[in-house]
Every structure is written in structure tokens, then in C-alpha cells.
Design a protein around this ligand. Structure first.
Ligand code: FAD
Length: 390
């Protein structure tokens, strides 16, 4: 068993190696600060690669690139999820970001002014911790799903890949968000499909048109990035509501659902005779249910007193003032509407790293960096390359 003395000591640990963690790493490397990224997934890009097969981004390539490296596609095209995953792999490789995959952090706590992190048999100590990940970590599934008949195929959108996972018969897609609408359109080609719930608005134009791809998207980005932000009165007013409200439909419109024969039914409120029970008393006798009911943040492993009454971490633009040295990047509306997206995460990461760099590192002179020689090399490479790229 490892003792405390066997801990790997690093000045800064970044937890999460998706786009939020990689961008944070880019800015840490650029400042020459020692760090290590820990990620539970086996490979860089897995969070994107493991989403459903036909997923295409709603962000055009022009805004899908992270700081320091443009996305390699025509600016007004919409990348596939695998293309984005490949880009993240290349981003980590190009900047030699020190990342340990397959390391799931199980507990983060503080002792004697240092952060301690346990992950399986490993232990890490750090002066700063940046939790870098969006809110989409743990599938949210209603409790009553366990009461559905065992012969009904049930999947959460996180586990849905394509219609071949479904059995013959009807499909009830629960949730009219972007995932639910996209998936319903796809399964409706091979199965009678119903979609349950109420849409929370939709963008009133088709995003694939030339005008939308080249002009309207700039307008939407401007509003989401600069107007709906903590720095504006309207942004501060709307933020509490937007934190817990689903996003409007972006690609698929309600009329697209009707066009392919999908019937919109009311909310599922429970189970009757083993089938989903709708709020209007009807029973949906389907053979498949796809829960597109969203995600939880999934932070039970953070053992620190940083939560508000709704269970959200209390921070100012990603800086946790109650626990010096603790930061977040990637959360929904961390600073603006774009914070959890490809186009917004870089700005937040840069600001957080700037705050971290200006913090007096309490144990800087005593902490022995025990980075793997390869990681040290990578870091030196990253600093050299990012300096070249400026
Ligand atoms: P994630 O990609 O979720 O990465 C977090 C990483 O943290 C993961 O690799 C995970 O393994 C790791 N992790 C989690 N817990 C731990 C732990 N305890 N220990 C160690 N590692 C851990 N945004 C756009 O800009 N454009 C789009 O078109 C778009 N489409 C989307 C479509 C879907 C279906 C979804 C769900 C989101 C979409 N988003 C889109 C939003 C956002 O860009 C993505 O969710 C993106 O994956 C967020 O990146 P991230 O790095 O913040 O978090």
C-alpha cells in the first residue's frame, strides 16, 4: 500500500482531460507552470468518440478550434464527433500535454493546506487543483425506470450509438432536448417513434443554410460569448435561470419531428403495468425507451465545502475563493453562455490560469516534483512550441 510519502507531488493537477482540461493545460504550459492532467477515460477524445455514431456538432469548424490550433476543416462545415475527437488527440500531441489517461479521481480533499487526490492505488498532492469538465458527466435517469418490464430495451442517450441497439416495435424517446430530438429523428427511420416532454424553445432558423453557417452563427456566438456573460447586467440577471434550464433546440425543429411522423406526447411520470405512464393518464406500450433526460455534474468525489444550496460549486468565474488554489473550467455558464462549449472554454481557461499564476504558491520551495521523465520532456516541449506559436 502506498503511504503518504509515495504521493506524486505536482504543483497543479488538472482533473479532466477533455477539451476543458486540454485547453487549461495549453495555458499552464504556456506560462511554464508544472502540471499533470488526470483523466478517467482510456484515450484523449473518448468523451466525444463515445457519443452516438451519427452525431455532428452544431458548432461550425470556424468556432470548434481550441486556442493555439485551428480546427482542420472548412470554416462553415459542421465536424462529426469523431473528427472532433481526432482533433483533441492531435491537440494533446502537438502541445505535448502531460496527461495520464485511465486515472479516475475517487476523492479530492485538503489537508494542511495541500490538496490530496486519490485514484485507485495512486495518490497525488498538489498546491492547486483545476476541475476541468462540463456538467455532462453522470446520466440522469428517473428512479422508476427499474419498474419497467424487463423485456423493454432501455438506454440513456449516453449509451445510445445507433438504431441497431433497439428491438422491433415502438420507441419512446423521453426528453425534447437536442439529444432527444436528434436521436428521435434517427430512430424514426426504422421504428414507430414518440417523443415525450416539452421543448424549451428552438432557434428559429435552419442552421445548415449558407446564411446561418456564415452570418447568423457569428451573431449567436457574439450574444452567447459577450452579452450573456457575467460582466453584463443582463447576463448576471439571466445566469441563475440559465444554469438549470435546458438549451433550446438547435438543429432539429419541432416541425422536423412532425414531418417524419413522430408524435409528441406529454411527460412520463411513472410506470403502469410495466410500461411508461404519461402525465395525461395514457400508457405508452413501447418496446424501447431512450432516456434523453440529461446529466448530473457528478462531483460526489469532491470532498470540500464549496457547494451552494442547489449543489452547485460556489465560484467567481471559475475561482473558488473559499478554498484557495481550487478552480473550475468547463462548467455551464462559468462566465458566459459559451463556457461549456468549444468556442467559450478557452477564454475561461486562460482567465483561470492567469489567476492561478498570480497566486503565491505556498509550498513551491518544498514540493518535490516527481513527474515522469517523459512528462517533464513533454512539458518542456509544450512550453517551447506554445512560445513559438505566439
Ligand atoms: P468532457 O468532454 O465531459 O470531459 C471531461 C473529462 O473528465 C472526461 O474525459 C472524463 O473522463 C473526465 N473525468 C470525469 N470525472 C473524472 C474523475 N473523477 N477523474 C478523472 N477524470 C474524470 N459543444 C459545442 O461547442 N458544440 C457542439 O456541437 C456540442 N455538441 C454536444 C453534443 C452532446 C450530445 C453533448 C452532451 C454536449 C455537446 N457539447 C457541444 C457541449 C460540450 O462541448 C461537450 O460536452 C464537451 O465534451 C465538454 O468538454 P469538457 O472537456 O468540458 O468535458
Amino acid at each position: 500500500m502506498k503511504t503518504r510519502h509515495d504521493s506524486t507531488k505536482i504543483q497543479t493537477i488538472v482533473i479532466g482531460g477533455g477539451q476543458a482540461g486540454l485547453t487549461t493545460g495549453y495555458f499552464l504550459a504556456k506560462r511554464g507552470l508544472p502540471f499533470l492532467i488526470l483523466d478517467a477515460n482510456q484515450h484523449v477524445g473518448d468523451a466525444w468518440r463515445q457519443r452516438w455514431d451519427s452525431l455532428r456538432l452544431f458548432t461550425p469548424a470556424r468556432y470548434a478550434g481550441l486556442p493555439g490550433m485551428r480546427f482542420p476543416a472548412r470554416g462553415d462545415s459542421f465536424p462529426t464527433k469523431n473528427h472532433l475527437a481526432d482533433y483533441l488527440v492531435e491537440y494533446a500531441r502537438h502541445f505535448h500535454l502531460p496527461i495520464r489517461n485511465g486515472v479516475r479521481v475517487e476523492r479530492l480533499w485538503r489537508e494542511n493546506g495541500r490538496f490530496l487526490i486519490s485514484a485507485g492505488r495512486e495518490r497525488f498532492e498538489a498546491e492547486n487543483v483545476i476541475v476541468a469538465m462540463a456538467n455532462y458527466q453522470v446520466p440522469r435517469i428517473p428512479e422508476f425506470t427499474r419498474e419497467l418490464r424487463p423485456d423493454i430495451v432501455q438506454l440513456h442517450s449516453q449509451d445510445y450509438r445507433n438504431p441497431s441497439q433497439l428491438q422491433e416495435g415502438g420507441v419512446l424517446v423521453v426528453g425534447v432536448g437536442n439529444s432527444g430530438a436528434d436521436i428521435a429523428i434517427e430512430v424514426a427511420q426504422s421504428h414507430p417513434t414518440w417523443i415525450s416532454g416539452k421543448e424549451s424553445g428552438h432557434i428559429p432558423w435552419a442552421i445548415e443554410t449558407f446564411i446561418a453557417r456564415n452570418f447568423l452563427i457569428r451573431l449567436v456566438r457574439f450574444v452567447g460569448h459577450h452579452i450573456l456573460a457575467v460582466k453584463t447586467p443582463i447576463g448576471r440577471k439571466l445566469r441563475p435561470k440559465m444554469l438549470h434550464r435546458p438549451a433550446p433546440l438547435i438543429r432539429v425543429k419541432p416541425k422536423d419531428l412532425i414531418k417524419v411522423g413522430i408524435e409528441n406526447v406529454v411527460r412520463v411520470i411513472g410506470v403502469k403495468d410495466g410500461f411508461p405512464l404519461l402525465a395525461d393518464g395514457r400508457v405508452s406500450e413501447v418496446q424501447n425507451v431512450i432516456w434523453c433526460t440529461g446529466f448530473e455534474r457528478g462531483f460526489p468525489w469532491i470532498d470540500l465545502p464549496i457547494w451552494d444550496s442547489q449543489g452547485d460549486p460556489i465560484h467567481e468565474n471559475g475561482i473558488v475563493t473559499a478554498v484557495p488554489g481550487m478552480y473550475f473550467v468547463g462548467l455551464h455558464f462559468l462566465y458566459s453562455m459559451t463556457s461549456a462549449t468549444l468556442t467559450g472554454v478557452g477564454r475561461d481557461a486562460e482567465r483561470v490560469v492567469k489567476a492561478l499564476a498570480s497566486r503565491r504558491q505556498p509550498f513551491a520551495s518544498t514540493s518535490a516534483h516527481r513527474m515522469h521523465p517523459m512528462e517533464m520532456q513533454s512539458l518542456e516541449g509544450a512550453v517551447a512550441e506554445t512560445t513559438d506559436a505566439r
